[in-house]
Each structure stands twice: as C-alpha cells, then as structure tokens.
Design a protein around this ligand. Structure first.
Ligand code: ATP
Length: 565
C-alpha cells in the first residue's frame, strides 16, 4: 500500500515536471511568435497597407464592391473564380517563404478551408499590387483562434486539401483583417481540445493540465475534463464538441416534433417547488424569502396535474435537479429531462409503445440527419455502430425474464440474481451484452419492475402474484441503450385510495408536505388512467454516440464538485 503510494506520488511528480516543461516550452514559443508579430509593423509605404491589419471601429475593413459573403457549407461550383468574403477563425498559419503563407480558416464546427497568401510581382505606389511581402508576413503571424475576415478568390487547389473539410476549393487571400485577435498563448490548443478527454475527475490532481502525448496523434497532448472546462471557449470550439451539440439539438427537435404530430401539448413545469415531494434526500434546498424552497427532481407531479387538468397528452423539456453525490460518468446534479405523460385508453402498453416509438424515431432519424456529425464524433471517440431492432422485432422483456437471462447466460457472478430485487449497474451492463448477443440490439425494454424498485405512484400490476417476500410486479418499465438505463416510465396510480395505500406501504406519511396536496388532486376530480416516462437527454446523446461520460453531452456539466463555468 505504502509502496504503491510512493510510486504514484513519484509518477505524479514526474507528470507534473513534464507538464511544467511542456508549458514553459509553449510559453517560449508563444513569446517568440508574439515578438515576431510585433515586429511586423504595418508599413505605411506598403502599397497593400489597406488590405490587411487589425480592424477597429475607426479603421473598418474595406472590401471590393463585387465580393460576396459566403458560408463554407454552401461553397460550390458557382463560386469557383469568384471573389468572396469569409468570416472565420484562423486556426493555423504557416509561412512557407517570404512570399507565401498558408492559413487554415474555420467558420463553424468542422467547416475548414485552406487559404494561401501569395505576394505578387514588383509593385509601386502607382501600380499597387494585390498582396505585398509585408502582408504575407503579417497574415502568417496572426495568432491561432483569432477571428478574422478575409476577401479571397475561390480556386481549385493543385490537389484536394485533405486536412480541410472543404477539400476541393481553396481561398487565394487578397485582404485579411483581424476582428478579434487571440492571445499569443492559448490555455488549450484546438488540437488538444479535439482529442479524447483523458480524465473526467472533478478534483484537482497534482498533475495539472494536459496529459500524456500520444504518438498516434502527431504528439498532440490530450487534456483532462478540468482543463477543458477551465478553457470552456476552446472546449466548445473543438469540432467534436460542436458535433455533439448539433446532435443534441436535433435529438430535442425530433422528440418535440414526433410528439406534436401525435397530439401532445408542450408545457413548462416549475423548477422551484415548495416541498421535496418525491423523496427527501436527493433534493436541493435553498432559502426562499422567509421559507425554504426546493429544486424539482422531476416534472412528475406536474405532468400528472396537467392530465388531471384535462390535457390528454403532454410533454416537457427542461432541467431536472438531483442532489446526489454520485460521481459517475452517468450522473450529473442537473440534467435535461425529456418527459411525457398521456391518458391511457385500454392498456398501459400504449404508453410503452409511444415511448419506444419516439426513441426509435429519434435514433433512426439522427443517423440520417446527423451522419456527418456522427462521423466527426467517431473520429475522436470511436464507437461501434448502434444496433437498433428491426420494426416488429423490438425486444421487451419482463423483469423476471431479464433476471433469468442474466442468471442463465450472464457472467457467473450473477447466477443468483433475484426477481424481487432491483438491478445494479454492473448487472444492467452484463444484461446489455447478453441482449446484444442474443437479440442483436442495443435498445430494449425491461417491463414489470418489482414494486420495491419503483416509487409509490407506480401502478401495481393487478394480475401479479406476490413473491414469498410479498413483492409484486408493477406496470412500470425502464428502457436501455448499450446496457445503460435511459428512461423510466409506467402507469401511474389514478385512484386516491389506492395511491394513499401505496404511500403508506412505502413508509411515507400521506399527510406529509407535498404528498397530501398531490393525493388531494385525485380526490378533487376524477383523473383518467394515465402513464408516461422520463428520458435523460444527456444520457441518450452520450450512449447513442458511445461517449465515455454524460458530461461530454451536456453544455455545462454540473457535478457534486463543479458549478462553473
Ligand atoms: P439512476 O438509477 O441511473 O440514477 P434514476 O432511476 O434515478 O437513474 P429516474 O429518476 O428514473 O432515474 O430518471 C429518469 C431518467 O433521467 C433516467 O433514465 C436517466 O436517463 C436520467 N437521469 C436520472 N438521473 C440522472 C442524473 N443524475 N444525471 C443524468 N441523467 C439522469
């Protein structure tokens, strides 16, 4: 134990020293660069002096009258030979010689194009040429991640530019202005920001910043999540994060449009609530004038109030808060819930099928709509193609069937799992592997959870027989993706007496704050049979993409130890 502590201390010291040396080297290089850029003073006799420089309100950029603004996404044949204006981040510059420099311009996400700046022949003030040597030097010295605007002629490169997303065209830069220069030294380079994160630990360790260099990646060091979040703008600029964010936006859009097409109405539940109604321990408390308030752990009760209030089908998309000290790749203290609730006509399977339908629609559509973004993510975080069930071949197991499968076909350590006890995370993952092997799918449903594993509002299956311990099955289910839970749902109790009985059976006082008012709603009016489910948006994005942590799928991950940025 002591020996391993000494070794890890030594390793940490070594890593720290290495990181310091690396940082020093980078700083020196940056200083040299800054000095060289500083040295490139704008030459007032330079006939090209109006074609480059730092743009300011008093000295705005000037362009040719025939130049048109373009976006890289829509650059095509029609632009070949034309003069265009592009606003972009300069992500790389390389002076080839005194007469020629290459730049890489990134407009958004992974949309990049090569630019070349070439000094033209001899000039005189009477016959100013397009690009001068001082201009080439100045452009070649712009610091990476500066925001620039260029005027350029679109042309075909000698060979396709493999390093840029726009590979069939390049820009012959004839004007270049910095709108917002970046500092000489970045806290994290774009190349590092676009490498897989090496450590998701939220605590400062001895070894700061960037991790080991990887020979396979041109020696670009990878960084920890802490470094990423401390350099949030660079983290977000990385094409991989932009692609994840675009996929997330599309997932949300697909959820909303599918449900709207089926008569669901969107509503906004409150985040601030007066009682920790769904359970005491994992709720955030905060001062509220002279009282105490809580942050909602889910929109559950409010979805049901909407149904009680005469809405037949509702959904909400919004933040959910959990005061759980769970430092895992699956948990955050704030996440985005995709929730729905609907009236049941005949059977709770209507709810199960609706939830299955919306998720499969989202996963299938996203593969088509975001194929390019998925590819960008896979280039950084490789993952196996997700296996979805063929229509009509969806896998729905009862909890008892799932446990039997695990006992019979799972790892030896799960030979004795019981039908009346909830599954642990390792059990869920092992079952995921068995289901993939047996049914060729990464997406499946486990239904009829035991009442011990569900909250008091879950409807007990009237047909279920109690186990020897008195445990009964419920009309409640979880959905899984790549062996991890992504959704909880089921039928809710709509009869006030039955509800009160289940509340007591769970050892909760029906007169306790939040609970009494909830049960009252079912006494005030007749509430139709109903059910629904809650999906974690961060989890479906992360597990669909095979990411190592939900923290990568969130815009600003909140964990027990991190509240910023
Ligand atoms: P778990 O057992 O994994 O902690 P849970 O049973 O508490 O999850 P529910 O309360 O049923 O989860 O929430 C519904 C869905 O919300 C989950 O299936 C999951 O997708 C998501 N979710 C729950 N807790 C978190 C969390 N802390 N961080 C991110 N997503 C979460």
């Amino acid at each position: 134990m002591e020996e391993s502590a000494t070794i890890s201390k030594k390793a940490a010291k070594k890593a720290e020293a290495k990181a310091k040396k690396e940082a020093l080297k980078e700083q020196r290089a940056a200083e040299r660069l800054a000095a060289s850029v500083g040295a490139v003073k704008l030459d007032h006799d330079d006939p090209a002096k109006d074609r480059y420089g730092r743009a300011t309100p008093t000295s705005p950029p000037v362009f040719s009258s025939d130049a048109q603004e373009v976006n890289l996404r829509s650059l095509g044949e029609e632009h070949d030979g034309k003069t265009v204006i592009l606003r972009a981040w300069l992500q790389n510059s390389r002076a080839q010689s005194a007469k020629m420099a290459f730049v890489e311009l990134r407009e958004e996400g992974s949309w990049t194009i090569q630019g070349i700046v070439v000094a033209t022949a001899e000039t005189s003030p009477e016959a100013p040429h397009v690009v001068s040597r001082p201009m080439v030097k100045w452009v070649g010295g712009i610091t990476p991640e500066s925001f620039v605007v260029v005027e350029a002629k679109v042309q075909r490169p000698v060979e396709p530019v493999k390093s840029c997303r726009v590979s069939m065209f390049e820009l012959l830069v004839t004007r270049c202005f910095t709108l917002a220069p970046a500092p000489a030294l970045l806290g994290m380079t774009l190349a590092t920001a676009n490498r897989p994160i090496v450590d998701f630990n939220d605590e400062e360790t001895n070894a700061p910043g960037e991790g080991e260099k990887d020979a396979d990646d041109g020696g670009v060091p990878a960084a920890t999540m802490l470094t990423h979040l401390d350099n949030i703008a660079m983290h977000k600029r990385a094409p991989v994060q932009q692609a994840i964010a675009d996929i997330r936006v599309e997932m949300k859009h697909l959820f909303r449009s599918y449900l709207r097409d089926r008569g669901f109405k969107e509503f906004e539940p409150p985040c601030l609530i007066g009682a920790a109604s769904e359970g005491g321990s994992n709720v955030f408390r905060l001062p509220y004038f002279t009282k105490e308030a809580f942050l909602a752990q889910s929109p559950q009760f409010y979805k049901q109030i909407e149904i009680a209030g005469g809405r037949k089908r509702v959904f909400s998309i919004g933040p959910v808060f959990r005061a759980e000290n769970s430092n895992t790749p699956r948990h955050m203290t704030e996440f985005t819930g995709l929730d729905l609730e609907m009236e049941i006509r005949n059977d709770y399977n209507e709810v199960l099928l609706m939830l299955e339908g919306v998720l499969l629609h989202m996963f299938r559509q996203i593969q088509e709509r975001c194929a390019a973004e998925i590819e960008v993510v896979r280039s950084v975080y490789p993952s196996e193609e997700i296996l979805l069930p063929e229509p009509g071949k969806e896998v729905r197991l009862s909890f008892a069937e799932a446990q039997q499968l695990l006992r019979e076909e799972g790892p030896a350590e799960f030979r004795n799992v019981r039908d009346d006890e909830d599954m642990s995370t390792p059990q869920e993952k092992a079952l995921g592997a068995v289901v993939r092997e047996k049914f060729n799918t990464d997406f499946y449903v486990i239904d009829k959870f035991p009442d011990t594993a569900r909250p008091f509002y879950a409807k007990v299956d009237p047909a279920s027989k109690p186990s020897s311990e008195g445990v009964r099955a419920t009309n409640a289910f979880d959905f899984f993706l790549r062996g991890q839970e992504i959704l909880s749902g089921g039928q809710r109790i709509n009869d006030p007496d039955e509800l009160e009985e289940r509340i007591r059976a769970k050892g909760i006082d029906p007169a306790s704050p939040g609970i009494e008012g909830y049960v009252d709603i079912f006494r005030q009016v007749g509430v139709p049979p109903h059910g629904g489910g809650g999906i974690g948006l961060d989890r479906i994005v992360a597990w669909f993409l095979g990411l190592p942590s939900v923290h990568l799928a969130a815009y600003y991950p909140r964990t027990p130890k991190r509240l910023s940025p």
